[in-house]
Design a protein around this ligand. Sequence first.
Ligand code: NAG
Ligand code: NAG
Ligand code: NAG
Length: 246
Amino acid sequence: MKFLNVITSLAAVATARCTPVKHLRTTNLYGVEVVDTDLVRDARAVIANFDGFLYKHSMRTWLFGAAALNANKTLKGLVDLELHAVSTILHDLGWDMTPNSPWVSTTYRFETDGALGAVKFVKGHKDAKNWDEYRLQKLHDGIALHGSPGLSVGKNQDVQTILQSIGFDNPGARPAPVPEKEYNSIIKALPNDDIVHGTNITWTWLAATKPEATYNTIVEPWGNAYVPGYNSTGHRVFDLLNGNFQ
Ligand SMILES: *[C@@H]1O[C@H](CO)[C@@H](O)[C@H](O)[C@H]1NC(C)=O
Ligand SMILES: *[C@@H]1O[C@H](CO)[C@@H](O)[C@H](O)[C@H]1NC(C)=O
Ligand SMILES: *[C@@H]1O[C@H](CO)[C@@H](O)[C@H](O)[C@H]1NC(C)=O
C-alpha cells in the first residue's frame, strides 16, 4: 500500500513537470473546468453588461473551447489557456451597440475594434507584466482574423485554437470536438436561440452606422440587403480593378 502511494505521488510529480504551462487558478463553470485568473475574471466583467445574446455568445465560445481542450490533454498542453480565455471572451467587443461604447470606433471593422480593445484591456491591467509582445500579438491575431474564414491555416497553435473556439458557436449541430455532456450543459445555461437574430441586427447596425468599415467584409451583404441607401457597388476591390471605384 505504502509502495503504491509512493508510485502514485512520483507519477503526479512527473505529470506536473511535463506540463508546459504553469499552473493557473481554475473554477468550474456549467460543468466545464476553466481558468480563473484575475485577468480572466476582469475580462468577464467587461462583457457582463453587454446585450444578453452577445454576452452568452462570447461566454459560449470560451466554454466550448475550454470543453474541447479538456477533452484533449495533448492539445491542452500546447495552448496558453489564459490567452485563449481572454481572446474568446473579448472577441466581439466590436459588436457592442451600447451608445458611446468605448470599444466601437467610427472607422474600423468590428474584428479590428475587438482586437484593439482586447489588447488595450490587457495592457491596462495590473497583470500586464505577464504579457510580452508575442503574447499580445497572438491576442490581436486571434480576434482580428475571426471574421474572415480560412485565415487560421498555418498560424500558431494558440491562434488556431482561438479561431476554432469562436467558430464552435456558429449556428448548426454540436461541433465534434466539444463533448456532448458539456455542450448540453453550456447550452442549457446559456441558450443560443437568440444568436442569429442578434447577429442580424448587429451587422445591419454596423452597415448602417459605418458603411466604410463594412465594404469587402463579411458584413457587406447585410448592408446591401437591409440598409436603405447602402450600396457596396463602387466601393469593392472588384470596382477598383474595373475602374468604377467611387
Ligand atoms: C488532440 O490534439 C492533438 C494535437 O492537436 C491532435 O493531434 C489529436 O488528433 C487530437 N486528438 C483527438 C482525439 O482529437
Ligand atoms: C434580418 O433582419 C432583416 C431586416 O430587419 C429581416 O428582414 C430578416 O428577416 C432578418 N433575418 C433573420 C435571419 O433574422
Ligand atoms: C448600386 O450602385 C450601382 C453603381 O452606382 C448601380 O448601378 C446599382 O443600380 C445600385 N444598386 C442599387 C440596388 O441601387
